[in-house]
Design a protein around this ligand. Structure first.
Ligand code: PHE
Length: 450
């Protein structure tokens, strides 16, 4: 069984896959808009602090458990404990994690489908398929179903191909394209009139807003969501990592790149909004707040592209390609969580498991599409605001209290010989044992009271 497990063929393969998982709609859409409407530079600072002080240690917990166990989250957590009740608890947490990963995918596929539709629209227009373009432009249940299905099919196809030929190969192909498109768009937008005002809104700090506990909580939720934590995706990616690679360094690289790209995306999105305003597109909601939700991505930016003539068509294709790619490298990691559990714990083969689980998740997407008002927001807050931080606590507790300290050290030593004498080893173990769970819990309770 062991030798049949997939493995990333190189450090860079793992990095691109893990960064691909982390960098998604959360970075390019969620982060910039939260920053712009919550104190600009002050939010950016708070976010960076939280990402390194809370999310990085939790990410390390997942990577250590995953590579030590060389297994999916259910088996890994189930095998860590010595007593029957800790083993049972481990399995329960594992199953809850993959359930949450699946639910995240169910709404993510819908949003990613919208991105595909926006991507296909100018493209079909360009090649003269006007009725297709019109159909894509028209918001309807049928359109939403079909584009979400297409996105889900892509996700299933990649995951079915396995770790190296699917996840690694496609992350390695798509992530560089994503970097290039992102940078190209930023350079273009920053030279447009209005962009500087956007930069100011994004970067000039307003520290008064930082005292709001709700803000810290949303920054924390954002950090956990952005680093794909708690739901077994980073754990399973860690389990496919070679023993000779250094976990603390790779984890730090993933955190740096994820926050770096979130920050960079802000340099595109917020200035683009102000460029749009310069072109007469309204960018404030009724209450005077900056538009942040779907209105931003599906109204403000498309109207901006519309005002730009031919350049706008190219920009729009590039922008929504960027969003679709970011979503796809994340969605494959979400599907990998339940698929790895199924493949490693049952007789089912990978392609069958990917198809069956992907189909089941799509059924949930269909339910959401038909009950948008009641289900969409509910599932998002259930998964990302409530479950992910709580699962993060659970994983810190597993690595800090249940996993044997010598095993943790051994695992870290493989690939990082002198770890025992590093600052990391002096700080991190106590940190995941006590500080992380307490801080996450505090923020969580604070939010419930608020
Ligand atoms: N990190 C992804 C994003 O920012 C979302 C994600 C959450 C991916 C959980 C995998 C697991 O969009």
């Amino acid at each position: 069984m062991m030798d049949k497990r997939g493995q990333f063929s190189s450090k860079i393969g793992f990095l691109l896959a893990a960064v691909g998982s982390a960098v998604g709609l959360g970075n390019i859409w969620g982060f910039p808009t939260q920053a712009a409407s919550n104190g600009g530079g002050a939010f950016v600072l708070a976010y960076l602090l939280l990402a390194f002080l809370l999310a990085y240690p939790a990410l390390m917990a997942e990577l250590v458990i995953g590579r030590y166990a060389r297994a999916n989250i259910v088996t890994a957590l189930g095998d860590l404990g010595k007593q029957p009740h800790t083993r049972l608890l481990g399995k329960a947490v594992g199953y809850y994690g993959v359930l949450i990963a699946s639910l995240i995918l169910s709404f993510y596929a819908i949003v990613a489908g919208w991105m595909l539709a926006e991507f296909g629209q100018p493209l079909t227009q360009l090649i003269g398929w006007h009725s297709a373009a019109q159909w894509l432009a028209q918001e309807s249940i049928l359109r939403n179903l079909i584009v979400a299905l297409v996105f889900m099919a892509l996700t299933i196809w990649i995951v079915a191909r396995g770790v190296e030929a699917g996840i690694e190969a496609w992350s390695t192909r798509l992530m560089p394209v994503l970097f290039v498109i992102l940078l190209g768009l930023i350079v273009y937008v920053l030279f447009q009139p209005g962009a500087t005002q956007g930069l100011r809104t994004y970067l000039v700090p307003d520290f008064r807003q930082l005292t709001d506990p709700a803000l810290l909580l949303s920054a924390m939720g954002q950090a956990f969501f952005s680093l794909s934590l708690g739901v077994g995706t980073m754990l399973i990616y860690g389990s496919y990592l070679r023993k000779q690679d250094s976990l603390p360094r790779l984890g730090a690289a993933v955190t740096l790149m994820d926050t770096g790209i979130a920050f960079t995306a802000g340099l595109l999105i917020i200035p683009a909004m102000y460029v749009a305003q310069h072109h007469g597109v309204p960018i404030y909601g009724e209450g005077g707040e900056l538009l942040a939700g779907p209105g931003l991505i599906f109204q403000v930016l498309p109207s901006l592209f519309d005002t730009m003539g031919t350049a706008g068509v190219g920009l729009s294709i590039a922008f929504f390609a960027l969003m679709s790619i970011a979503a796809l490298t994340s969605s494959i990691s979400m599907l990998e969580a339940p698929v790895s559990v199924t493949v490693e714990r049952t007789q089912l083969q990978r392609p069958g498991a990917a198809l069956a689980i992907g189909a089941a998740i799509f059924v949930v997407s269909v339910l959401i599409i038909f009950n948008m008002e009641t289900l969409f927001g509910f599932i998002i807050s259930l998964t990302t605001e409530y479950s992910q931080p709580l699962l993060g606590i659970a994983l810190c507790i597993f690595v800090g209290w249940i996993m044997h300290r010598n095993h943790v050290l051994e695992e870290l030593k493989a690939g990082h010989k002198d770890i025992e004498h590093s600052v990391f080893w002096k700080v991190w173990p106590f940190y995941v044992r006590v500080i992380c769970p307490v801080l996450i819990l505090l923020a969580f309770v604070q939010s419930l009271r608020g």
